[in-house]
Design a protein. Sequence first.
Length: 151
Amino acid sequence: MPPLQPVLKKIGWALLAVSLLGFIDAAYLSAKFYLGETPTCFLLKGCDVVTTSSYSSVAGVPIALFGALFYLAVFVLSLAFLDRRAPKLLKWIGAISVPGFLFTLYLVYLQFFVLHALCIYCMFSALTSTTVFVLALIGMRLLRRTQVNAV
């Protein structure tokens, strides 16, 4: 296996760290949903409105659980990318980050313009999913540049 470029290695580690933080956040929100509790809100005062709204679940499954699965997938793929150094794994992260980012934009829109309430945990998840998206884009661009230079 060829060694990873230092920048790609840093991106892999950053994806690993960010996805772990996102997973913890989404798992916390999922647990609160199933316990029938609202998360303790600080800084922003809308967690109860957002996490109990009709938009917080689909068919009884909390949106946060889908987020936790997304972050878990990114974590596992990042770990595999760092271990196997296979460019296709970073491309897979990029592929799943696009719908994750688009759904994040929709959820942020709902908080600002429909619910008129912000949840700090939800906004943190928006930050982490956006960071995953940006890191994946940068990584894929670097991969493309590396492949072009190798020819």
